[in-house]
Design a protein around this ligand. Structure first.
Ligand SMILES: [Zn+2]
Ligand SMILES: [Zn+2]
Length: 501
């Protein structure tokens, strides 16, 4: 019997955590961060849950045995397990709502994903390296600061113990006693293959079209079921053919796990439309062109490069983005996949940490464009600038008639509404014309209807979708749609009626 349970992604967009059980074998498909659950109580990035304990108590992470990092459990005063209860985590792609909570998972549990996904996670980790909560490919316990005796004046008693004192009474100056031994770094085992066998299960990954270049859909064969999982998917980008290939392979699946983010809408605006419309606006702009988009969408990066070339401009991005693009394996991978990958990457000036600065000078491909150059010849550039870098507008001082193109989803909650208001204020202040030219990273209504008609699954389990959208899916396809609540299981036995338990 095959059993499927959702521990995240049920009635919410993202935070996917799908447990598949077949006899003794247990795997998770994705182990993403639920931003909806975090936002219920906290306000990122300044006010976030403290580690595993807060997340378990506040219901942000499910209470599961044998899944979490034993070192973290120990620190919480909980008895850790000897051996993990899970055979593997399989990741669909490198968006945080699909892999983010891996940092809390027992590092002994192997992770399966595409080479692209591993590289993107590794690059992101290295570029933003900081706390324990950003260690996806390894685990290293953080330093115990309280075991340090700070600098100062001391006298040492007969037992050899140091006591802080004034300069006059000191027998020792600046005694530094450091008990800290750097913690051992435990590497996670990432298996980067498109086809794997995990105990009873066979798993195959298929690249698909989505707003992250590394997105994969999955087919899992258990001992009695064929399960197709869309991950995040769409059919209106530059890689639509690959999504269609997955649908071919998924035909006659017993169970289809499908995302439903946007299925309450028709998505007819394609990436080709984004390109045409953007090009038209750039052609008609006399001043500077600014574009805000997500770099994970590498196909779009190349699209903007193309538009720049065709309109006689140069494409300039942030130093951080350039570091991501040139990061070890990403660079090779991108070169392999995209023959038109730029040999030179232009970046704008930005005060960044010395570590990154050293990194930047290391790459011969990176060329820094001075602010003055952009200020004097705005008509020569398209600058890739995210909202969090808008302070650069002061340095660029774009002349009237300059343009901001936003390639991000419409604001959908209170927080993004507030951001939107700020963006408008910046635009008004600098006299920027602004446009939103965006197409969703997710499939719309007609494509869902088509996909289900092609695959002909016996059962459909909606996830990565609001409850309303899950109900819409049920309305479309009737009894074969099972809407799972969080923690609820769907059991499948071929030839028998399946049931919820
Ligand atoms: Zn997602
Ligand atoms: Zn995604």
């Amino acid at each position: 019997m095959t059993s499927i349970s959702l521990y995240g992604g049920a009635g919410e967009v993202g935070g996917n955590k799908i447990l598949i059980e077949d006899k003794e074998t247990k795997v998770f498909l994705d182990f993403g961060t639920s931003f909806a659950k975090i936002k219920k109580f906290y306000k990122d990035p300044f006010y976030s849950p403290r580690g595993l304990l807060d997340r378990l108590i506040m219901g942000i992470l499910p209470n599961l045995e044998g899944v979490y990092n034993p070192a973290m459990l120990k620190r919480m005063g909980k008895k850790p397990h000897e051996e993990p209860a899970i055979n593997a985590c399989i990741l669909s792609h490198s968006h945080l709502d699909h892999f983010g909570d891996l940092v809390f998972v027992d590092p002994k549990i192997p992770v399966y994903c595409s080479r692209e996904t591993y590289c993107a996670i590794k690059a992101y980790e290295d570029i933003t390296k900081s706390s324990e909560e950003r260690q996806w490919t390894y685990y290293q316990e953080s330093k115990k600061v309280d075991e340090w005796i700070p600098l100062g004046y001391y006298w040492i008693d007969e037992f050899g113990k140091a006591h802080k004192t004034t300069k006059e009474n000191a027998t020792h100056e600046r005694v530094i006693i450091q008990f800290e031994i750097p913690a051992e770094e435990i590497r996670r085992n990432f298996v980067q293959k498109s086809k794997s066998k995990i105990d009873n299960l066979e798993i195959e990954l298929f690249p698909v079209d989505h707003s992250s270049f590394d997105a994969q859909a999955l087919i899992v064969y258990t001992s009695d079921a064929k399960i197709a999982y869309t991950g995040d998917i769409r059919f209106h980008g530059f890689k639509t053919e690959e999504s269609i290939k997955f649908v071919e392979k998924a035909k006659n699946a017993d169970i289809l796990l499908t995302e439903g983010t946007k299925i309450n809408e028709e998505v007819s605006f394609t990436e080709y439309d984004v390109e045409e419309e953007t090009k038209g606006i750039v052609k008609n702009t006399k001043g500077l062109v600014l574009i805000d988009f997500s770099l994970k969408n590498l196909e779009e990066l190349l699209m903007y490069k193309r538009i720049a070339e065709e309109t006689g401009r140069e494409f300039v991005t942030s130093p951080k983005n350039a570091l991501f693009l040139l990061y070890r394996d990403i660079r090779n991978l991108v070169k392999e996949k995209f023959s038109n990958f730029p040999s030179k990457i232009l970046v704008f000036e930005k005060n960044i940490s010395t570590r990154s600065k050293r990194n930047i000078t290391k790459y011969k491909e990176i060329e820094v464009v001075e602010d003055e150059k952009i200020r004097k010849n705005p008509q020569n550039y398209i600058v890739n600038l995210s909202f969090y870098e808008f302070e650069k507008l002061v340095d660029f001082s774009p002349p009237p008639g300059s343009t901001l193109i936003i390639n991000n989803p419409e604001p959908f909650d209170e927080e993004s509404m507030l951001d939107e208001e700020k963006i408008q204020n910046w635009c008004n202040y600098f006299g920027l014309k602004n446009y939103r030219i965006h197409t969703s990273g997710h499939l719309g209504n007609s494509d869902l209807l088509w996909m289900v008609k092609e695959i002909k699954p016996k059962y459909i389990l909606p996830l990565h979708s609001s409850l309303e959208n899950a109900l819409l899916i049920k309305e479309r396809f009737g009894e074969r749609v099972k809407i799972l609540r969080e923690g609820e299981s769907f059991n499948f036995k071929p030839g028998l009626l399946s049931f919820l338990s």
